[in-house]
Design a protein around this ligand. Sequence first.
Ligand code: 5GP
Ligand code: MN
Length: 326
Amino acid sequence: MEVLNEILNLIKQSNKIIVTGHIMPDGDCISSVLSLSIALEKVGKDVLPVIDYDIPYQYQELVEVQKIKKANDVIREINECDLIIILDSSSVDRIGKLKDFLENKKKIVIDHHVTNEKFGDVNWVGDFFSSTAQMIYRLNQALGVEYDSRLSTINLMGIATDTGFFRYPNTTSEVFKDAYELSKRGGEIWPIAQMILENNRPERLKLFANTIEKMEFLLDGKFVHSIIRYEDFKRFNCKEEDSSGFVGELRAIKGVEVAVLVVEYPKGKVHVSMRSKNEFDVSTIASELGGGGHPRAAGCTFDDADPDEIRKIVVNKISEALSIRG
Ligand code: 5GP
Ligand code: MN
């Protein structure tokens, strides 16, 4: 594949490499950043993993996560690097302050979002892949990196989380093939599943109960939406990361086709998470509102906004599109 060769060449020519992912990092983002960083280290590169955001507490149980820095703590290293590799991020406003350092730098973008804006010198954007972690597995193989059990587990994590632990429609035979190979190399799914799925803080569950209480249903139960205001996070002693996964639970309700969760964190910053079950394309709606994502999981973000106003706008837009579809 030509683009893979271009990536290999750029990596060969570079020594100091920054590997980064998106703000509000998820399992795929963290897995991809770590798996590529470990691999590049194995082939002798000077690598620094950067994610310009707090890492959710569950993932901090991975010792490797301690190596990930925020942009402000490594300004000198960012200035001195020869190459920035940007993973799982569909646009520059997804990478935090690193966005201010992109000019005059060689950039590789690797992502599986259809909405990717291809802002790199080399862009490998494959919506055929379940996850960016799956693409990183392919890249690392092309780099000739030996997979030990630890790297296998870390790489498997991103494939698992972005396929909803092998449940979503993106769980293709290729996913099982890559997961099988990683498992053969010692990758373990259970410690990862336990760390992510069976690690709830009671405060988080109380926030979830409150989110469930505030649900509103439209269109005969096909559309559900709810909201978490900043005050709710404070009241239940939670942070934004605690709300991750809630929108998936809303979609999991019987009869629901589209689920929306409006989250305000911190005060005035509003993030909208959208999910659909079967046919409805939420990425189009998210893109129209300045965001992006996948057909069945997308989002958008607003600064200095009123969460209730945003909720109204999004709910109207989706209700209209859903009723036209019938
Ligand atoms: P989530 O709802 O879990 O935050 O995000 C779902 C999907 O939509 C993810 O694949 C994520 O990359 C994308 N997404 C979420 N928020 C934004 C946003 O503000 N801008 C863009 N471009 N994509 C987003
Ligand atoms: Mn992803």
